[in-house]
Write a protein of this length. Structure first.
Length: 449
């Protein structure tokens, strides 16, 4: 391999290949702008065949690789930029967060410690306090960005466990601990109970109503049942935007029960938390200020490019105590996010979140959230007016669940027909024993008719 070829993969210290780097960058900018972000009329997936791994012995120049990306990668990618894609909680990203992600990659700071990322460590800390105050958690709140909502929920279980029994960090597990969550809650809670060593059998799922909201009276009965069995409830969760129906629990009522039984109160607002940005809709999150911790994912309803999620706590000390770590290989441990999270190396997600907030402002975000709620209502009317469809339940936020009324066309067949026609890409979740059709109205230019 010629030395010149290897050196061309990095910008030369004397800047001699800067123009080449600029050409490569412009080529990718054109590709992203013209064939990814603007890909709003193309198929959901053009090519379902397998991409060959094909690792060469000798490296390939970037122009040829770009041609391969255009011809082999993009046609096989799920096109979330199509306004008829409403399958999951996947948003077309704000353009500035796409470029911010590239900038973060170029800067390549490590969010493990302030020594490795001084500016971005402080920026993340400031953002976590800002969001904590936005949710009403107060001046002592803190948190950390995570790779997703699952990790945030797992972290919540871990911090709650260590809060309930601090000695467990050094002495090992306490097999009497149980956590309670609704039967509509995300599967990450089952995963989390496994990760923290308590086992999924000690995650008590509580019955929900027809909308997917937890029943507070059943929750309290389940707590009493576990106490009678000699168990120790340590964690109670409420959901703000369930994965399937988008239901929001009665957060205040669940919080009161958690307080009554001295349990850590967590709110999984991974999706629905964005309602806090809308003066019109933030009432849906009433009671969230009672939470000991919150999961929130700006990568969903804030249109920030993945990854961008967060775990927030009301009291910073609880997060510190939950991990109780130091980084002996760093000079200063006063503000190192490696001490506050299960992750070590992390991306600089704070940069794109900060730029997104500054780009749109609070008014812009409120308008986008309101618009998506309005579009969901219009979709709901479209379902109501259809002779072949009916609502599964009343929408709470911008998620609309429906089913086929055509006896000759079940939900799975209808959904696939829509995908094949390029009409709609919706998901087919299992809800109360049946496969239903779900639309998540996130795209700012969403279309369905």
């Amino acid at each position: 391999m010629p030395k010149e070829f290897l050196e061309s993969q990095f910008i030369n210290i004397n800047g001699s290949n800067r123009e080449l780097m600029r050409q490569m960058g412009y080529a990718f900018v054109d590709l992203i702008t013209d064939e990814v972000l603007a890909n709003q009329t193309q198929d959901f997936v053009k090519d379902i065949s397998i991409l060959k791994l094909d690792i060469p012995q000798v490296g390939i120049n970037w122009q040829d690789l770009l041609l391969e990306v255009r011809s082999q990668v993009l046609p096989r990618s799920l096109n979330l930029n199509n306004p008829r894609y409403m399958g999951h909680m996947d948003s077309t990203p704000l353009a500035i967060t796409v470029w911010a992600d590239a900038l973060a990659s170029a800067i390549n700071n490590n969010m493990l410690s302030s020594e490795l990322a001084p500016l971005f460590t402080q920026l993340e800390a400031d953002l976590m306090l800002w969001f904590g105050q936005l949710f009403g958690l107060g001046d002592k709140s803190f948190g950390t960005l995570t790779s997703g909502g699952s990790l945030a929920n797992i972290t919540a279980l871990l911090v709650a466990r260590n809060y309930k029994i601090p000695s467990i960090k050094s002495k090992g597990l306490e097999n009497k601990l149980v956590a309670l969550i609704s039967d509509a809650a995300h599967t990450s809670f089952d995963k989390g109970m496994n990760v923290i060593g308590l086992g999924s059998k000690n995650l008590i799922r509580v019955e929900t109503n027809a909308l997917g909201q937890i029943k507070p009276e059943v929750l309290e009965a389940k707590i009493q049942e576990q106490l009678n069995l000699g168990k120790i409830p340590f964690f109670i969760g409420a959901i703000a935007g369930t994965t399937i129906t988008g239901a929001i629990d009665n957060i205040a009522a669940v919080g009161e029960i958690a307080k009554k039984y001295n349990c850590w109160f967590h709110v999984d607002a991974a999706y629905g938390g964005a309602a806090i940005l809308s003066p019109k809709w933030k009432y849906l999150l009433s009671g969230i200020e009672q939470a000991d911790s919150i999961t929130f994912n700006p990568q969903k309803w804030m249109w920030v490019a993945r990854t961008c999620a967060m775990f927030l706590v009301k009291d910073r000390q609880h997060l510190i105590n939950g991990f109780d770590n130091t980084l002996p290989y760093m000079a200063d441990n006063s503000l190192n996010f490696g001490n506050f999270t299960l992750q070590g190396t992390r991306r600089t997600d704070s940069l794109k979140l900060w730029l997104a907030l500054r780009s749109l402002g609070l008014d812009g975000y409120a308008q986008l959230v309101n618009d998506s709620m309005d579009k969901a209502q219009a979709l709901r009317v479209w379902v109501d007016n259809s002779v072949d469809l009916e609502l599964v339940c009343e929408p709470t936020i911008n998620i609309v669940c429906m089913r086929s009324l055509n006896p000759n066309l079940d939900n799975a067949t209808l959904r696939q027909k829509w995908i094949d026609q390029g009409k709609l890409w919706l998901s087919l979740p299992l809800w109360q024993g049946d496969r239903i059709i779900k639309a998540v109205v996130l795209h700012p230019f969403a279309q369905w008719s």
